[in-house]
Design a protein around this ligand. Structure first.
Ligand code: CP
Ligand code: NVA
Length: 308
């Protein structure tokens, strides 16, 4: 049976831990002479309905490093659900490629793709979640601290797609997760309920606050993301009025543990959710995190397409 990668929620803590180890191995292997061609002859079709730098390039390079091939399909090219029904796109592509990666607006669209595709489907971001990012984030935290369990991860800002997947992976792996953002911008209640179920299993503590100062106290990781996600441009002005108290700046970082690391999935809107001083400062892991997309993606691809 094929396996998709649509949500962190679909993977057990054990599976996630195994994949983190695999990512670590693949990163070491790559740094010491290159990866074995475990995906030789395999191909990945990448559907993008929104722009991307990291997701597109890291998946493409990951396939190449593992001996496979990836190609990009632009929004204009396939017109997912517009030029052609999603179910037809999924069934046609399944005859050409060994895997599909898709970045979509509506989460249901990637679910629909996976339902009809006979090859694995990887979610490259939807309006609901961003599991490939969260897996990379857990990998980056694991690489830095040697664990995720017991660490305090504070997400400051919008309860968006990135926050949902991060909350889920931290809860699955036994870390503690605190969210702080403005009223009305909380994560979906259903995502919180799922996280609570994962936390009950793992012993993770979850907190949902409106005070960023309270949230970063004792934080090992401070995470933030843009106040305006792709597709929300019409709300930009309103959001820019509400979110400034949630800016991750040097004063806020100073309230956390001295060794705190600062993370951001990027692209950053410097001067809004994060200052230059923090993004380029000693606590920042922003570029290591971005580079780790390559290694984390390899583990996902190796597992789904290479049967590792
Ligand atoms: N973090 C991330 O997914 O970046 P891109 O939008 O550039 O792919
Ligand atoms: N929350 C952001 C993440 C970009 C990688 C967005 O959806 O635009």
């Amino acid at each position: 049976m094929k396996r998709d990668f649509l949500a962190i929620a679909d993977y057990s803590p054990r599976e996630l831990e195994d994949m983190l180890e695999l990512a670590l191995l693949l990163k070491q292997e790559w740094k010491t002479g290159g990866n074995k061609p475990i995906l030789k002859g395999k191909s990945l079709g990448m559907i993008f309905q929104k722009p991307s730098l990291r997701t597109r390039v890291s998946f493409e390079m990951a396939m190449q490093h593992l001996g496979g091939y990836a190609f990009y399909l632009s929004p204009q090219e396939i017109g997912l659900g517009k030029r052609e029904a999603i179910s037809d796109v999924a069934r046609v592509l399944s005859g050409y490629v060994d895997g599909i990666m898709a970045r979509v607006f509506a989460h249901e669209h990637v679910v629909e793709l996976a339902r009809w595709a006979s090859v694995p489907v990887i979610n490259g971001l939807s309006d609901y979640n961003h599991p490939a990012q969260a897996f990379t984030d857990a990998f980056t935290i694991y690489e830095h601290y040697g664990k995720v369990r017991g660490l305090n991860v504070a997400f400051i800002g919008d309860g968006n797609n990135v926050a949902v997947s991060l909350m889920h992976i931290v809860a699955k792996l036994g870390g503690n997760f605190t969210w702080a953002g403005p009223e009305g911008y909380e994560m979906p209640q259903s995502a919180i309920a799922e996280a609570q179920a994962f936390a009950a299993e793992s012993g993770s503590q979850l907190h949902f606050l409106h005070d960023p100062h309270e949230a970063v106290k004792d934080a090992d990781v401070i995470y933030t993301d843009t106040w305006v996600s792709m597709g929300e441009e019409a709300e930009a002005e309103k959001r820019r009025q509400v979110f400034p108290p949630y800016q991750v700046n040097a004063a806020l970082v100073a309230e956390a543990k001295p060794g705190v690391i600062v993370m951001h999935c990027l692209p950053a809107h410097r001067g809004e959710e994060i200052t230059d001083e923090v993004a380029d400062g000693p606590h920042s892991l922003l570029f290591r995190q971005a580079h780790n997309r390559l290694h984390a993606q390899k583990a996902i691809l190796a597992r789904l397409l290479g049967g590792l």
